[in-house]
Design a protein around this ligand. Structure first.
Ligand SMILES: Cc1cc2nc3c(=O)[nH]c(=O)nc-3n(C[C@H](O)[C@H](O)[C@H](O)COP(=O)(O)OP(=O)(O)OC[C@H]3O[C@@H](n4cnc5c(N)ncnc54)[C@H](O)[C@@H]3O)c2cc1C
Length: 441
């Protein structure tokens, strides 16, 4: 084979791209892989610990997940736990805390009791905690001035499982583990892909005047995946709605993760609080859900790219209209804009935070400046629907595109396995199935 032609090029060095880099290097006979990233390090965008909620989603405390979805997400998350089992620096990658979803008021408590009955068989470590039991684990959640808070409260909790991940460290470990294989593994940093051209069964990846060639390509570049796909004529039936999430800090007020019950009408996860794995002694609350016109948070240069993937037409307008028609969603979108107004936002956010820790006051709350990422939610224009979760475009001829909003980081290895199978099938390679089963499943 021509030594300048790689077997696989992966565009995007986030946790998804690096997971695939590891998967192909470790479990297949593919010998020549290149990972291409526009920044000078891996996982600097949504997979950076600053920019996401650091949760290994298992579906148990996320009340927007049905049992079926939760079981799927849990299996994917277990792959991450299994992968980290042999890492030398496991304790810097993955963390154990108590985690719970808190119900406040009669209605939410009833919902959680019902959920417990549905989930307890498949999620055998889940416990139902009454108010006094919550106080033993998270005193600040139910105690105010030494007394139990007056509203009815219960929680569904899992107390001794891995539930937090520094996804930046995870991505770095994927690269290190991949490189332990004696293969031609290349990493091109500071390499911004501008265009991919397919010609005679080869992909020509253009970046700042140079061209990288590959027989197959996987693009895991967040919202930019759709941009690169549409340049090639794929995924034109989709539009992208970037939903940013911001965070707030308080002094340490929680021992573990405390989620709240989801409003069924809202498409984005409810606010939660947890210890920040990057900053000692702080509790982080969030994320908010703000519609922004950028594909990358805090990067105004991505405004033009957003306009290109928005592809505004009747289908997109119908989705916006359907969202705005529902008063809960309309108010939520409006409230999330207000969350960005300096001065006012701390006061407004305090109300949400007090549902979790009622004794917090305004002086305790600090906007987490520079924290937060963007979830590239896709809009299916044909069916005028906002799509939740991950999306994939498979051209069928050796190039795939991944768009991975939450819980994309938790399911990075599951998604990488799917892509590995597609690519190996396309190139006619072999997968070390037994090793894969023993190590990750
Ligand atoms: C506020 C918030 C909270 C979240 N919380 C969680 C959570 O708790 N748990 C969870 O599982 N998920 C969470 N997510 C989702 C999670 O962050 C993403 O699913 C995950 O990080 C996606 O990884 P990725 O590798 O696909 O994308 P990214 O991490 O965004 O990586 C994409 C990479 O592609 C590179 N790139 C882009 N364009 C180009 C180009 N043209 N050329 C070269 N390189 C390019 C970028 O520089 C970047 O490094 C959250 C997301 C947000 C925004």
């Amino acid at each position: 084979m021509d030594e300048n032609i790689h077997q696989v090029a992966i565009i995007g060095g986030g946790v998804c791209g690096t997971a695939l880099f590891y998967m192909l290097a470790e479990y297949t006979d593919i010998n020549d892989i290149i990972l291409i990233e526009k920044y000078d390090g891996v996982a600097m965008v949504n997979s950076h610990g600053r920019n996401n909620s650091q949760t290994l989603h298992c579906g148990d405390i996320e009340t927007n997940y049905t049992l079926e979805k939760a079981c799927k997400v849990k299996a994917a998350a277990e792959m991450v736990v299994n992968y980290t089992a042999t890492l030398d620096n496991r304790d810097r990658v993955i963390f154990k805390y108590p985690k719970m979803v808190l119900g406040v008021g009669e209605n939410e408590c009833r919902k959680l009791r019902q959920r417990f009955e549905v989930f307890r068989e498949r999620f055998s470590s889940m416990q139902l905690l009454e108010k006094e039991q919550i106080a033993e684990i998270e005193p600040n959640v139910v105690m105010v001035n030494g007394k139990l808070r007056p509203e009815p409260c219960i929680a569904l909790a899992v107390l001794d499982e891995y539930c937090a991940v520094n996804f930046n460290q995870l991505a770095q470990s994927f690269v290190v583990e991949a490189q332990k294989n004696d293969k031609n593994l290349n990493i091109a940093m500071n390499c911004h892909v501008e265009q991919i051209i397919e010609q005679d069964g080869l992909f020509h990846i253009h970046s700042q005047g140079s061209v990288i060639q590959a027989r197959s390509v996987v693009v895991s570049a967040g919202g930019h995946s759709l941009l690169l796909a549409q340049q090639m004529g794929y995924g034109l039936e989709f539009s992208c709605l970037p939903v940013a999430g911001s965070f707030y800090f308080t002094p340490k007020s929680l021992n573990g993760k405390v989620y709240t019950v989801q409003n069924d009408k809202l498409p984005f996860a409810a606010v939660h609080g947890d210890p920040d794995v990057l900053i000692d002694g702080k509790t982080r609350f969030g994320p908010t859900a703000l519609l922004i016109p950028y594909l990358e948070r805090y990067n105004r240069k991505t405004f033009a790219e957003f306009l290109r993937v928005l592809r505004l037409d009747r289908g997109v307008l119908k989705v916006f209209w359907d969202l705005f028609k529902v008063s809960d969603i309309r108010n939520y979108i409006f409230k999330n804009f207000l969350f960005e107004i300096p001065g006012f936002r701390r006061w407004l956010f305090l109300k949400d935070v007090r549902k979790i820790v009622p004794s917090l006051s305004l002086k305790d709350i600090q906007f987490a400046k520079g924290f937060g990422g963007v979830r590239p939610q896709l809009i299916d224009k044909k069916n005028a629907q906002l799509m939740m979760g991950e999306a994939k475009i498979n051209s069928g001829n050796g190039i795939l595109f991944n768009m991975t909003p939450s819980p994309g980081a938790s399911s990075c290895l599951e998604n990488a396995e799917l892509d590995m199978r597609t690519i190996v099938d396309y190139l006619g390679g072999v997968i070390a199935e037994q090793k894969l089963r023993q190590t990750l499943h």
